[in-house]
Design a protein around this ligand. Structure first.
Ligand code: CO
Length: 171
C-alpha cells in the first residue's frame, strides 16, 4: 500500500527510531509499503519514519549503469550501524520529505556497515560511491536528522525562507 510521505517540517521526522525486534510478517508488510511508496514517489531511498513508523528500517534502490531502477537491486536494511568510516565526498542530495530541494552535502566516502535483512540474518559489508552516501542519508533519518541540518547557517536560512514561501503558496 502506498503510504503518505511526511513532509518537512513534520515533527515526526525528528523522532529517534527504535530497533526492530521481530523479523515477522508485520516487518515484511512495512517493507512492502515502503517499497511501493518509494517507487510511487520516484525515490532511491526511504526510511520508515518518512511514512510515520519510528523503526530502524530503510530501503535503498539505486539505478544501474543504464539508469534503470530494477526491483531486484532493492536493499532492505534493518537495524543498521556504521562500524567504520573513511574519507569524505560531496554529492548533491535530495529527499522525498523535502521535495524539489537539492543541496551539496559532505559525507564519509567509504563506510563499513552492519545490518540485518528481512529474515533477521546479519550482514556486514563495505560500501562506497552513491550506496555509501544513500546509506548515510537514510541512517540520519532513523536518528531524527535531515540533510538540510548539514547546510551552512546562511544556506539554511535561505532554505527556511524559500520553504515557508513554498508551503504558503501551497506548492
Ligand atoms: Co531523505
Amino acid at each position: 500500500m502506498v503510504r503518505e510521505v511526511l513532509i518537512y517540517p513534520d515533527r515526526r521526522l525528528k523522532l529517534v527510531s527504535k530497533d526492530v525486534e521481530n523479523f515477522d510478517a508485520q516487518l515484511h508488510s512495512l517493507l512492502e509499503d515502503m517499497k511501493e511508496t518509494m517507487y510511487a514517489s520516484d525515490g532511491i531511498g526511504l526510511a520508515a519514519i518518512q511514512i510515520g513508523v519510528a523503526k530502524n528500517v530503510l530501503i535503498i534502490n539505486l539505478a544501474d549503469e543504464e539508469g534503470e531502477q530494477s526491483p531486484e537491486d532493492l536493499q532492505e536494511i534493518i537495524n543498521p550501524v556504521i562500524l567504520e568510516a573513511h574519507g569524505s565526498v560531496t554529492y548533491q542530495e535530495g529527499c522525498l520529505s523535502i521535495p524539489s530541494v537539492y543541496e551539496d552535502i559532505e559525507r564519509k566516502k567509504e563506510i563499513r556497515v552492519r545490518y540485518f535483512n528481512r529474515d533477521g540474518e546479519m550482514i556486514e559489508k563495505d560500501l562506497d560511491s552513491l550506496m555509501s552516501i544513500a546509506f548515510q542519508h537514510e541512517l540520519d533519518h532513523l536518528q531524527g536528522h535531515l540533510f538540510i541540518e548539514k547546510l551552512s547557517y546562511l544556506k539554511r536560512k535561505k532554505f527556511e525562507k524559500d520553504w515557508k514561501k513554498k508551503i504558503k503558496e501551497g506548492k
